[in-house]
Design a protein around this ligand. Structure first.
Ligand code: AKG
Length: 258
């Protein structure tokens, strides 16, 4: 596994995300695109719609969006190595097809974290987000995901201070000091891996003329449902790769997984 160098792990520790280049091969990308074409034909967005448009798919509905996850050295293998846990799996039995249709003039005001729904007793938290880019996103304002680097740690500090009950009160928008946001760049076939607690949001698409296509999966380490509250206040609670580095004093190099 060459994708996760020590430097990449340090970036993930500090910023809360990384983009792994070329993790999905051309055949799987074509299959995923064919599935998106099918979804668009069967259930097109309303005429004239711009901005985000999602399809939430289960494995039986869109097998092609799940088969690609399990390739050797593919998305799940890489996520497992990053976390340091062999059992990381897709949560909620769900893939999110995320379109961003131009011209969408929009700048997000602040980031959210996922998993809040009004009245829900147990929040829909998870371990990390995997996002496959189906087209190149090499410049800003082309439908790119916005992220607020380092907010995985700020959110953990927020929940350590206010407790996990603050999750519902925050409604997905904990009141933290925000760094400058950045827009995620990458090429077709690259995969974003983002810590669950990383603040993010939907961007605009007004400097490209093409619909941004991405597929997201929420991934969970085994046993997450029983320790979601501890994971909110400790960013590395279920990330042995980073936990071990911290336990060694925090100044040791994080070992690149083999
Ligand atoms: O469309 C995107 O890239 C972002 C979607 C998003 O922020 C979300 O579903 O939580």
């Amino acid at each position: 596994m060459t994708a996760l160098t020590g430097e990449a792990l340090h970036r993930f520790a500090e910023y809360g995300y990384l983009v792994v280049p070329g993790l999905v091969d051309a055949r799987d990308l074509d299959r995923a695109d064919a599935e998106l074409d099918r979804l668009l034909t069967d259930g097109p967005p309303p005429c004239g719609h711009v901005g985000f448009h999602f399809y939430w798919q289960r494995p039986a509905e869109s097998p092609a969006l799940f088969q690609l996850l399990g390739r050797s050295d593919g998305i799940l293998d890489t996520a497992r190595k990053l976390v340091g846990c062999t059992g990381v799996e897709v949560a909620f039995d769900q893939a999110q097809v995320a379109l961003n249709i131009p011209p969408y003039v929009h700048r997000p005001g602040r980031p959210h974290i996922d998993g809040y729904a009004p009245g829900q007793h147990t929040p829909g938290t998870f371990t990390l987000l995997a996002g496959l880019l189906l087209n190149d996103q090499l410049t800003d304002n082309s439908g790119n995901l916005w992220v607020w680097p380092g907010t995985h740690l700020a959110h953990a500090a927020f929940f350590a201070e206010h407790g996990s009950d603050a999750f519902a009160a925050a409604g997905g928008y904990p009141d933290i000091d925000l760094p400058e946001p950045t827009q995620v760049h990458g090429r077709r076939g690259d995969v974003l891996l983002a810590h669950y607690l990383l603040g993010h949001n939907i961007g605009g698409n007004y400097q490209s003329e093409r619909t941004r296509r991405a597929v997201y999966w929420r991934l969970r380490a085994p046993g997450h449902a029983d320790r979601w509250a501890a994971c909110l206040s400790d960013a590395w609670h279920e990330y042995p790769t980073f936990r071990h580095a911290l336990d060694r004093g925090g100044h040791q190099p994080i070992q690149a997984p083999r």
